[in-house]
Design a protein around this ligand. Structure first.
Ligand code: NAD
Length: 501
C-alpha cells in the first residue's frame, strides 16, 4: 500500500497515519492498524497507525543499512546542515506540533507541550553545532609515525521511545545519532506515536531515503524485533527499568551496543536554610517544578521523594500545599491548564492503586488527594488525576520505593544529614536528585554524596542542552544529551598507526 501524504482517510472519520520506511509512507505488511487514543478525551481515536511486525522491522533495518555508507561518508557539515534544516522546519510548525503533542500525550500545551517542542528544536541545533567535535586525536609518536584515532559511527541505531515526552526523548537520540553518521530505525510508544511520525514528515525533505525510519506498533512485537535484529548495531532505549533490563539482556546476548535511560524515584532534600521566610516560597515552587506535577508526575526525573528537615517541616508542607492546590487540572489544550491527563486508563488505575496503598499505611497524613479527580464537559472520561501529597511517609513504604509515574509526592521528615543521605541513597534507582540549601558546603557535600547521575541545587527545571544525562544503578547505562555522551554512545573508536617515510 502506498500513500501520497502521511494522513489520509480511508472512508472513515479517523485519519490514517502510515509509518515511514525508506522514504515512503507505508502500511505494515500485515495491514493491521491500531488507534492512537487521545488521553484527555477517552475513546477518541486521533489516528490509525500501523500495528507492524517483524517483517516491517526487516524492511526498515534493510533501508537503514543501505543508507548507512553514503550517510557516513558525508562531510560533517552536510549532516550539520540537514539538522539545521530540520530544526527550522519544526520551528515553522512549532505551534501545530505542540498542539499535536498535547492531543497525543495529554501533556498541557502551555506548561509542557510547547517547552517539549522548544527542547527538540534546541537539541537539533545543539548537535548541529557540535558536528565537528565527533573527531579523534593524534598521538605524539615521533616523526616517523602517524598514530591517530577516528570516531566512526556504529551503523544502524534502533531508538525505542516511551510515551511521557516523546519529542524530548527523540531529541536526545535522533540528532545525536544522525550527526555522528548513523542511520536510524525509531519506534515510538504505542500510546503516543503521532508527534514522532510528524517529526519524520518534517525531517524527510532533508534526509536521504532510509536514513531515518519510523516503525509503529507494540513493544513486545516490533520493539522486540528491533532489539533482536542482527543488523541493528546499537539500541538506544528509554522506558521502564523492567523492559530496559530485558532489552539489555537481549542486546547483550548478541553483543550489540546498548544504552538504557530508565526509571527513577528521585530524592529532593530541603535544608532549613532553603525554607527561611524569604526563601520558602521559591523553594516550594522549585520542589513543585522538580516533582513535574505539570507533567502529571509522568517523568523519570520527578523529585517524588521529598525529605524536609524537621525544623521547617510544617511550614514547608503548608506552603507547598498552597502552591500545588492552585494548579489547574484540565483540558491539555486550554491555555490556562497547568496539568493535563495521565496517558491511559491502565496507567490511571496503576496511579490510583499506589495512592490507595499509601493511604492505607499506619500514620500517613493526607495533605492533598487528587485520586478522585474527574474531567467535565469536553474532557469527561479523560484519564485525570489531581496532585496528591502524602506526608509522614516512611522511606521503606512501597509508595516511597517504587516509581508511581503519576502526580504523587511523598514527604519524609529528617533531622540528621547522614540519615537523609542514607535514605536518599536507599533506592535501587539513581537518575536525578534535588538539594535545597543556601549553605554552599552543605549543598555541594550532599550533592556529591548522592548516588545519581544528575543533581540539581536550588532549582527544579528540566535538562538543558549540552548537559550530561543518564542514570546510576537501575536507572540506566550510558549518557545522552551532551556531546560527550553522544560520542561515547553513538560512535566507536578506531586506532590507525602508520609508519611514515
Ligand atoms: P515501557 O518500558 O513500557 O516502554 C518503553 C518503550 O519500550 C515503548 O516504546 C514500548 O513499546 C517498548 N517496549 C515494550 N516492550 C518491549 C520489548 N520487549 N522490547 C523492546 N521494546 C519494548 O515504558 P513506558 O511505559 O512507555 O514509559 C514509562 C517509563 O519510562 C517509566 O519507567 C519512566 O521512568 C521511563 N522513562 C525514562 C526516561 C529516562 O530518560 N530515564 C525518560 C522517560 C521515561
Amino acid at each position: 500500500m502506498k500513500y501520497q501524504t502521511s494522513i489520509e482517510t480511508q472512508g472513515t472519520d479517523v485519519p490514517v497515519w502510515p509509518m515511514y520506511i525508506n522514504g515512503d509512507w507505508v502500511a505494515g505488511v500485515d495491514d493491521k492498524w491500531g488507534g492512537a487514543v487521545c488521553p484527555s478525551r477517552a475513546e477518541t481515536v486521533l489516528a490509525r497507525v500501523p500495528s507492524s511486525s517483524s517483517p516491517d522491522v526487516d524492511r526498515a533495518v534493510a533501508a537503514a543499512r543501505a543508507a548507512f555508507p553514503a550517510w557516513k561518508a558525508q562531510h560533517f557539515t552536510v549532516r550539520q546542515q540537514a539538522l539545521l534544516q530540520i530544526a527550522a522546519a519544526v520551528e515553522a510548525e512549532a505551534e501545530a506540533m505542540a498542539v499535536l503533542t498535547a492531543q497525543d500525550t495529554g501533556n498541557a500545551l502551555r506548561t509542557q507541550a510547547r517547552p517539549e517542542v522548544s527542547t527538540l528544536i534546541a537539541l537539533f541545533r545543539y548537535f548541529a553545532g557540535v558536528a565537528g567535535e565527533f573527531k579523534g586525536s593524534v598521538l605524539p609518536a615521533g616523526d616517523n609515525q602517524l598514530q591517530y584515532t577516528r570516531q566512526e559511527p556504529l551503523g544502524v541505531v534502533g531508538a525505542i521511545l516511551p510515551w511521557n515526552s516523546p519529542l524530548m526523548i527523540a531529541a536526545m537520540k535522533i540528532p545525536a545519532a544522525l550527526v555522528a553518521g548513523n542511520t536510524l530505525v525509531v519506534k515510538p510508544a504505542e500510546d503516543a506515536p503521532l508527534t514522532i511520525l510528524r517529526l519524520a514528515e518534517l525531517a524527510a525533505p532533508f534526509l536521504p531515503a532510509g536514513v531515518l525510519n519510523v516503525v509503529t506498533g507494540k513493544g513486545r512485537v516490533v520493539g522486540e524485533a528491533i532489539v533482536q535484529h542482527p543488523d541493528v548495531d546499537k539500541i538506544s532505549f528509554t522506558g521502564s527499568s523492567d523492559v530496559g533490563r530485558h532489552v539489555g539482556e537481549v542486546a547483550g546476548a548478541r553483543l550489540a551496543h546498548v544504552s538504557l535511560e530508565l526509571g527513577g524515584k528521585s530524592p529532593s532534600i530541603v535544608f532549613p536554610s532553603a525554607a527561611s521566610a524569604d526563601r520558602i516560597e521559591a523553594t516550594a515552587a522549585g520542589v513543585l517544578l522538580g516533582m513535574r506535577f505539570t507533567r502529571q508526575g509522568q517523568s523519570c526525573t520527578a523529585g517524588s521523594r521529598l525529605f524536609v528537615h524537621r525544623e521547617v517541616y510544617e511550614p514547608f508542607i503548608e506552603e507547598l500545599s498552597r502552591q500545588v492546590s492552585a494548579l489547574r487540572v484540565g483540558d491539555p489544550l486550554e491555555e490556562d491548564t497547568d496539568m493535563g491527563t495521565i496517558i491511559s486508563a491502565k496507567q490511571l488505575a496503576s496511579v490510583q492503586e499506589y495512592v490507595e496503598d499509601g493511604k492505607r499505611q499506619a500514620g500517613v497524613r493526607i495533605i492533598l488527594d487528587g485520586s478522585d479527580f474527574r474531567g467535565t464537559g469536553a474532557t469527561a472520561g479523560g484519564h485525570y488525576v489531581g496532585p496528591t501529597i502524602l506526608a509522614d511517609v516512611s522511606n521503606d513504604w512501597r509508595i516511597a520505593r517504587e516509581e508511581v509515574f503519576g502526580p504523587v509526592l511523598v514527604i519524609i521528615p529528617w533531622s540528621d544529614v547522614d540519615d537523609v543521605v542514607a535514605m536518599a541513597n536507599d533506592s535501587h534507582y539513581g537518575l536525578a536528585a534535588f538539594v535545597w540549601s543556601y549553605d554552599l558546603n552543605e549543598a555541594l557535600d550532599t550533592a556529591h554524596r548522592i548516588e545519581s547521575g544528575w543533581v540539581q541545587v536550588n532549582q527544579g527545571g528540566g535538562q538543558v542542552v549540552g548537559q550530561s544525562y543518564g542514570g546510576y544503578k537501575a536507572s540506566g547505562l550510558g549518557r545522552e544529551f551532551s556531546v560527550e555522551g553522544a560520542i561515547a554512545g553513538f560512535t566507536q573508536t578506531k586506532q590507525i598507526n602508520v609508519k611514515l617515510g
